[in-house]
Write a protein that binds this ligand. Structure first.
Ligand SMILES: [Zn+2]
Length: 326
């Protein structure tokens, strides 16, 4: 970029992404309808092959994610559920067995069998908005949410909303999409959402969308496919309160054009797409209209619960199980 010496690294990368994305858009506009529909087809078989293989075996390149293995299970199983499919009994039992071996003697889960508790969120460990959300989301589904658990929590989340309107990881931190989702969802789950400045929160989110239509996670950062969930879910949540080219031909989704596919972005790109497809559904049981779905209706994905990001029927089964009369 010799001719653009004043650009920062992020600005240069964003410039390159814009070039890639606009080239894809113009190729798309120039093609006939049949090609357009084929281009944006999710190709379920290839997605499922990619996901099922990942659940059975991960190659050496995943060694850097060795402390994230339960999260990888979620990315893959949730992606499969979004596609309206499920794993067979053997794979399900193997996954349950694996997760069981990640549980420590005090009840918490580590990043893999024999590892200490997951990341640094534990007793005497890190404290941030993400950790608040994890605890409240799980407690809510398990029906153990009580006043003791929520005491002071709303004040803490409130102290993390920044002058920009988004929510940072902890007081004084920069507003960030993932933490904004976690903070807003937590406040909704503990019924204190009205305490946030929702106008400035919405204002911040809509200004994170770039001209290429992708969302960035923080002001002046690169756009990224996973933020279609972290930013779009709060938009639809707020909407309820008030009233594609991340696809990879061999299956899977990626951060942005030119990057390799991975399970994390497959999970959150599909989740964001589901949120967008169901954004205008009148209620939970109404399927989206044809016009709400990009490409053919075969791209239709299962609806997610906006506060927990699990598909609705899995959520309903958990609620039925944990909230039944004892
Ligand atoms: Zn990402």
């Amino acid at each position: 970029m010799e001719d653009l010496p004043s650009m920062t690294v992020s600005q240069r990368d964003q410039f390159l992404v814009l070039n890639d994305v606009f080239r894809i858009y113009s190729d798309f506009d120039a093609s006939d309808i049949a090609t357009q529909i084929f281009t944006v087809e999710i190709q379920r078989d290839k997605q499922l092959d990619y996901l099922m293989n990942g659940l059975r075996h991960l190659g050496p390149s995943f060694s850097s994610l060795d402390a994230n293995r339960p999260w990888i299970c979620y990315w893959i199983l949730h992606s499969i559920a979004l596609l309206g499919e499920s794993v067979d009994d053997e794979l399900e039992n193997n996954t349950i067995d694996f997760l069981g071996r990640c549980q420590g003697s005090d009840g918490g889960y580590g990043g893999g069998p024999g590892q200490s508790l997951l990341v640094r969120v534990h007793d005497m460990g890190e404290m941030d908005v993400r950790a608040c959300y994890l605890a409240i989301s799980i407690a809510s589904i398990l029906n153990i949410l009580d006043d003791e658990l929520t005491q002071g929590l709303g004040d803490y989340i409130l102290s993390c909303q920044t002058y920009e309107g988004g929510i940072g990881g902890e007081p004084g931190s920069e507003a960030h999409a993932g933490n904004t989702y976690c903070g807003l969802a937590t406040m909704a789950l503990i019924t204190e959402v009205d305490r946030l400045n929702l106008d400035s929160l919405m204002n911040w989110i809509v200004h994170q969308q770039g001209v290429e239509r992708g969302f960035q996670g923080r002001t002046n950062k690169l756009v990224d496919g996973c933020y279609t969930f972290w930013q779009a879910a709060p938009c639809v949540l707020l909407q309820r309160l008030y009233s594609a080219h991340d696809l990879v031909p061999e299956g899977g989704f990626r951060d942005k054009p030119g990057r390799p596919r991975d399970f994390y972005h497959t999970c959150y790109c599909l989740s964001g797409l589901s949120v967008a497809q169901h954004a205008w559904s009148k209620d939970k049981d109404t399927p989206p209209l044809n016009s709400d779905i990009l490409g053919s209706y075969a791209n239709h994905l299962e609806q997610v619960h906006l506060l927990h990001n699990v598909v609705m029927d899995r959520y309903n089964k958990a609620i039925e199980f944990f909230h039944r009369a004892v």
